[in-house]
Design a protein around this ligand. Structure first.
Ligand code: SOE
Length: 382
């Protein structure tokens, strides 16, 4: 291999494995100016038959059945982690210590202690890129919303409303999965999808959650197993709601649920500032609704911005205006920005420290749901 090749080993081949594989596959063809070539060197999973088939289907050169082989391999520069949360810390810390760059799916970990160990390992490896996969930062309309905030179009922000609504657990007979086991997933809707909106509120507003009060609910405590007659226990939340104070003075509400009938993947963000408001909904990913008080009062109202111009974030490499992109492309943007962080030595965003910050909020929400009161979000250890 030449110095201009970066070789990826990916661990996990399910939903995120498919999305990340597509991103690694298309990052060079899409970004012609990238001075490195990505090699999809090895895919790892525990089931030999399944990982072999996935490696062939997604275009990986070889497969492994033990993640340690990926971390130890001399011909791998980047470890991409797409496994359930309980494995993230061990793999990521080992990979960083072995001198690999790491891209790790969200939530960063299943506990604050694990996330702290990961952030520490990243801090102790300053020459390596360690990024947490909060991919929605790279939806062009979301990035553009952040630009609008930064350029003062909302003035002081008073309210933030963040929701992530799905419905794949509405049916009480929907099968049990690892995402419903605390030992593997850490929490339920809170960590799986609530983590995305906590990160996005931080990212878009540059305000951080300081305290929370919330409640969680498990509506269905047992579900049928997919491959035998038994049932599996659900010991995580199906839904969570919480109020939060942000350090820039805004009030925020958060809601994450897998029980919102008809809402398939509705990540919604609404911002109300003194000078304007905006609404984003991931079910309409190329649009942003913007209300701007600079317009004459009689002409005011929410107008739809189609975020597909070449000058919108990330769109320079895509299609002519109006030719939309979808769920996959932000993963490609993420792969590109990850590679750029390695090549240019710029800090990864979101970093493991950002992932830890989200983890502290999730932890505070769980404590609040247990106590019924407000909980301060833990501070960084000095
Ligand atoms: C499942 O709820 C899930 O796949 C999340 O784990 C992802 O992060 C989100 O992008 C879509 O929904």
């Amino acid at each position: 291999m030449g110095a201009s090749t970066l070789r990826v080993g990916m661990i996990g081949y399910a939903f995120m494995g498919q999305a990340h594989s597509a991103a690694w596959r298309e990052v060079n063809p899409v970004y012609a100016d990238l001075p490195v070539t990505v090699e999809m060197t090895a895919l790892c999973g525990r089931s030999r038959d399944k990982v072999e088939a996935a490696a062939r289907q997604y275009g990986w050169s070889r497969y492994e059945t033990d993640w340690r082989a990926i971390v130890a391999a001399d011909d791998i520069d980047i470890v991409d982690i797409g496994t359930p949360g309980h494995t993230h810390a061990e793999i990521a810390v080992a990979a960083l210590r072995a001198g690999k760059h790491v891209l790790c799916e969200k939530p960063l970990a299943n506990s604050v202690a694990e996330a702290e160990a990961m952030a520490k390992a990243a801090a102790e490896a300053p020459g390596l890129t360690a990024m947490c996969g909060f991919t929605y930062r790279r939806v062009p309309a979301v990035t553009f919303l952040r630009h609008l905030v930064q350029s003062g179009r909302f003035g002081r922000i008073r309210h933030v409303r963040a929701q992530y609504l799905q419905d794949w657990l509405v049916d009480p007979d929907a099968p049990w999965t690892w995402r419903l086991a605390r030992a593997k997933a850490g929490s339920g809707a809170l960590g799986d999808i609530g983590s995305h909106i906590v990160d996005l509120v931080n990212y878009v507003t540059e305000q951080h959650v300081t305290r929370v009060v919330g409640t969680t609910r498990t509506f269905v405590a047992e579900r049928p197993l997919a491959d035998d007659d038994g049932t599996g226990e659900v010991d995580v939340d199906d839904a969570v709601s919480f109020l939060a104070d942000l350090d820039g003075g805004a009030m925020a509400t958060f809601e994450a649920t897998r029980m919102a009938t008809g809402r398939k993947n509705a990540l919604r963000l609404e911002i109300n500032g003194l000078k304007g408001s905006a609404v984003f909904d991931l079910e309409r990913p190329n649009e942003l609704d913007f209300h701007d008080t600079d317009v004459a009062t009689v002409e005011q109202g929410f107008r739809r911005i189609l975020v597909t111009e070449k000058s919108h974030p990330y769109f320079d490499v895509w299609w002519p205006p109006g030719h939309t992109i979808g769920y996959q492309q932000p993963f490609t943007h993420q792969a590109h920005d990850f590679l750029r962080s390695i090549i240019d030595g710029v800090p990864a965003s979101p970093s493991f420290a950002d992932g830890l910050r989200v983890q502290r909020v999730l932890d505070a929400v769980e404590k609040s749901a247990a106590s019924g009161g407000w909980v301060e979000v833990g501070e960084e250890k000095k």
